[in-house]
Ligand binder design. Structure first.
Ligand SMILES: Cc1cc2nc3c(=O)[nH]c(=O)nc-3n(C[C@H](O)[C@H](O)[C@H](O)COP(=O)(O)OP(=O)(O)OC[C@H]3O[C@@H](n4cnc5c(N)ncnc54)[C@H](O)[C@@H]3O)c2cc1C
Length: 530
């Protein structure tokens, strides 16, 4: 057999287009490309790309363009980067329309994520950039059976907190019992063999926790009245809630649908950046800091025959910036009030795509009573009042102090809360929250709230497309308007997610680079299996 040296093996392998890389890897001579690495070829020849907005989309675009040999300038209106990726800490500021600049009084080390707080395990690019930028992540506990349902109303279970596990297991039990009975009595309008029917019934018994007679009765699944312990303490179970009480107490209303476990984006495992989601933005900022101008508010963006002209304002006055090309990541409600000369379809999309109204209120407490007294470690309590949700932190377990997201709401509920003054919001969150956690009264220290649809430089939570908008307005944003490209979560099917910002940045960099280098490249450039 012919002996083959490492060098000749390499030479031979290299000839086989596309096989050189695996061969080098096999010999341990080259590190494996990180999953989801962005592999464009050719150089940007120092072309100047002006990027509007220093959120994740803008900074990622600059980061990738810089790697390809472009010159980039990011104009960011705020004095911080990250845009919606905003972790409120001691000294963080925010300004809402017509209001003063507010400063957070949280203690050192305390924070809450006013924007993104969770990363789905299948958001590959978000996780890829955490890996590439060295941002450590930890599990975010999105689903917790120990949290509560609190329904204001007239039913027997209303106006009291009920553990989620009680309602989830009772409803699983009742629906399984109903279905098992219907199958037993051949009342289902479907043909099924006896053996198959028996299999389904056995499944329902397991799923619903039914007894041998296919009846739903008290079980440990829904928790204990008295927990088991040493000696004679065998544990005391409670009877299930009556189905009629669950229904009449509003606990089958949409506010309490148990969808988080099933929704693709919210299925566990979920993650968060250790120490605050803004660590992702901060890590990106480090990579692009020479390109980034903070405190630079874009006032005007105009296409020129062979480039772009941007006017921005900073604390020293108005300035003109010329570029060969531009990537605009400004949220549409903000862009709508900026002077531009875009085509009519783009202009219409900018003016008509709606954004969600949403807000969060962070509450700092001097004791983690939800953990100490109620054994709640992460997860979400649901209400049908304007609070909508209370998020318990998935970090700092067993610590002394903590920050809860005492309210995270949407649409009309967010609008009503957004119309309140900061002091009124705090009062509202404390009053409603103490119906569930009376400890609020003794343990509260201070609060900070963000109403995103009123927040300067965002004016909305995220784009909400109807299927009609996807047809009429969306396509205009996917093409460049002469020398201006559009990116940001609103240019994706991943609206409301950081992954949208990352995907859009890569998509636009691919298109722009293809134009500059006269190559035909499609995004995504890597296979995206799994
Ligand atoms: C309440 C809330 C919860 C969320 N939860 C999650 C979550 O759990 N997980 C997740 O992955 N995603 C979540 N998201 C979505 C995620 O935050 C966004 O999709 C993503 O951060 C958008 O990035 P972007 O770069 O497209 O936009 P932005 O972050 O909005 O960036 C745009 C930038 O433009 C700047 N700007 C605006 N006007 C001007 C101007 N005139 N001149 C210069 N600069 C300007 C802004 O200051 C901003 O920095 C959430 C968002 C919100 C609001």
């Amino acid at each position: 057999m012919e002996k083959i040296s490492r060098r000749s093996f390499l030479n031979k392998s290299a000839v086989l287009a596309g096989t050189a890389y695996p061969a080098l890897m096999a010999l341990g001579l080259m590190p494996a490309a990180p999953a989801h690495a962005f592999s464009l070829t050719g150089t940007g020849k120092q072309k100047h790309v002006v990027i509007l907005g220093g959120g994740l989309a803008g900074m990622t675009a600059a980061y990738e363009l810089n790697k390809l040999g472009y010159r980039t300038t990011i104009l960011e209106a705020r004095n911080r980067s990250g845009g919606r990726v905003f972790s409120v800490r001691k000294g963080s500021t925010n300004q809402e329309e017509g209001g003063p600049i507010l400063t957070s009084n949280f203690d050192e080390g305390m924070y809450f994520n006013a924007g993104p707080s969770r990363i789905p395990h299948h958001h590959k690019l978000t996780l890829h950039y955490c890996r590439e930028l060295g941002v450590p992540i930890e599990v975010y506990n999105n689903v917790n059976e120990s949290t509560y349902y609190f329904s204001e109303g007239k039913g027997r279970l209303s106006n009291q907190k009920v553990r989620a596990r009680e309602i989830h297991n009772d409803m699983r039990g009742y629906t399984s019992e109903l279905l098992a009975k219907a199958l037993d009595q051949d009342k289902l309008d479907m043909s099924m063999s006896k053996e198959d029917g028996a299999k389904v019934i056995e499944y329902l018994r397991a799923e619903g926790g039914l007894d041998i007679d296919k009846l739903y009765k008290a079980s440990a699944r829904r928790g204990y009245l008295e927990a088991p312990g040493a000696g004679e303490k065998s544990g005391k179970l409670a009877d299930p809630h009556k189905l009629v009480d669950i229904i009449q107490s509003g606990l089958l209303d949409p506010d309490f649908y148990n969808v988080a476990e099933y929704t693709y984006e919210l299925q566990m495992t979920m993650f968060q950046a250790v120490g605050g989601m803004d660590n992702i933005a901060k890590a990106l900022e480090k990579k692009v800091s020479p390109s980034l101008k903070l405190g630079a508010e874009v006032k005007k963006v105009h296409n020129l025959p062979d480039g772009v002209r941007v006017i921005y304002k900073d604390k020293t006055g108005e300035h003109e910036l010329l570029g060969d090309l531009c990537i605009c990541t400004l949220p549409l409600p903000v862009l709508s009030n900026i002077d531009h000369n875009f085509s009519s379809p783009v202009s219409k999309a900018i003016d008509f795509v709606p954004y969600i109204q949403t807000g969060k209120i962070g509450l700092q407490f001097k004791r983690r009573f939800w953990e100490e007294d109620e054994h709640i470690f992460g997860g979400i309590t649901h209400t049908n009042n304007d609070l909508t949700q209370i998020f318990y932190p998935s970090n700092g377990y067993l610590g002394k102090k903590g920050v809860l997201i005492g309210c995270y709401n949407f649409n009309d509920k967010a609008k009503r809360v957004g119309e309140m003054s900061m002091a009124e919001r705090e009062k509202f969150a404390l009053e409603k929250g103490s119906l569930i956690h009376p400890q609020y009264k003794q343990e509260f220290e201070n609060s900070f709230s963000v109403s995103w649809h009123k927040t300067k430089y965002n004016m909305g939570g995220w784009a909400v497309y109807s299927s009609e908008d996807r047809k009429s307005h969306y396509p205009a944003l996917l093409k460049p308007d002469k020398n201006v490209y559009f990116a940001g979560e609103h240019t994706t099917y991943l609206t409301a997610w950081m992954a949208g910002a990352f995907e859009s940045a890569r998509s636009v960099v691919t298109a722009l680079h293809g134009r500059v280098t006269e190559q035909s490249v499609q995004y995504p450039t890597t296979t995206n299996k799994g």
